[in-house]
Write a protein that binds this ligand. Structure first.
Ligand code: NCD
Length: 303
């Protein structure tokens, strides 16, 4: 039995196979409409979510399966003090696979140690969000045609943004990847990401604070929200929340084929005027996320 806790749980070849399966699902949805008949996914969300939870549920329904779960820790026995370890033991009796989001880093890992069904990490604190990464990889591969030889700008909250951490982890395994890390000094990528991931893999990167200066050299711009819920005080959040706003003035300085991705939800960091630019692909990314989660559910249930 396999779990997905980090993007590194799959080899590059396995990710390739998974993305190929997702593309087949995209083009032949009917072929998969009963693939999970009689199966159930449990979505255990201890933290707010719109896209990720509904995307998992849509993925399972598209495969002919069923869905159980909760979307708020207060409506589950966690509010009575039940541990993640106990919760997953009983969920293992109800469902065939589960997706868990939790504010504590490592909670899905703890769950996996006590589970008899595959556990998918749907976001753990400021740590990882591997299924968002699969959606990001599918978006880039489908629209750029490759995952190698790209200059990727990651902009915004690189400190707390778990989607950024997972995406870097996944991309360092491809040839010719360069990162431009765009953030205010307070929201720079954590030291462990630099030492254990970027430096350890000899990946080229630079840390800058100006989006204007960086945008012209990027093939991909990955915008992120400042993660309000992970700040220790409101003053810092208010000071930093609008540090980058991507608008058409900035888009006009970018390459004609640069793609703009965002894991969403967006707050102010992308002006709505950008939505109509063909380079803005963050809503396509939402659709790819469903195909890739369908592929993931199939892969884990068959492993
Ligand atoms: C992201 C998350 O939860 O980390 N959202 C998502 O799942 N697409 C990004 C965010 O909340 O900013």
């Amino acid at each position: 039995m396999r779990h997905l806790l980090s993007p590194l749980d799959f080899s590059v070849e396995e990710i390739n196979d998974l993305l190929d399966l997702a593309v087949d699902i995209e083009h032949n949805p009917d072929k998969y409409k009963d693939a999970c008949k009689g199966k159930k996914i449990a979505t255990l969300f201890y933290e707010p979510s719109t896209r990720t939870r509904l995307s998992f549920e849509t993925a399972m329904l598209n495969l002919g399966g069923n869905v159980i779960g909760f979307s708020d820790a207060n409506s589950s026995s966690a509010s009575k003090g039940e541990s993640v370890a106990d919760t997953i033991r009983l969920i293992s009796c109800y469902a065939d696979i589960c997706a868990m989001r939790h504010p504590k880093e490592g909670a899905p890992l703890v769950a996996s140690l006590h589970s008899t069904i595959p556990v998918i990490n749907a976001g753990d604190g400021g740590h990882q969000h591997p299924t968002q990464t699969l959606a990001d990889l599918m978006t880039i591969r489908s629209l750029k045609g490759r995952l190698d030889h790209l200059t990727i700008g990651l902009c915004g909250d690189l400190k707390f943004g778990r989607t950024v951490h997972s995406l870097i982890n996944a991309l360092v395994r491809y040839e010719g990847i360069k990162f431009v890390l765009i953030s205010p000094p307070e929201l720079r990528i954590p030291g462990y990401m630099k030492e254990e991931v970027l430096d350890a893999n000899h990946v080229e990167y630079e840390e800058v604070s100006s989006l204007d200066e960086a945008i012209g050299k990027l093939d991909i711009l990955y915008m992120t929200r400042v993660q309000k819920e992970r700040f220790f005080n409101e003053e810092d959040y208010i000071r930093l929340k609008d540090c980058y706003i991507l608008d058409m003035t900035k888009m006009n300085m970018a390459k004609p084929d640069m793609l703009v991705l965002h894991p969403l939800p967006r707050v102010n960091e992308i002006a709505v005027e950008v939505d109509n630019d063909p380079r803005a692909v963050y809503f396509k990314q939402v659709q790819y996320a469903v195909y890739v989660r369908m592929a993931l559910i199939l892969t884990l249930l068959n492993s």
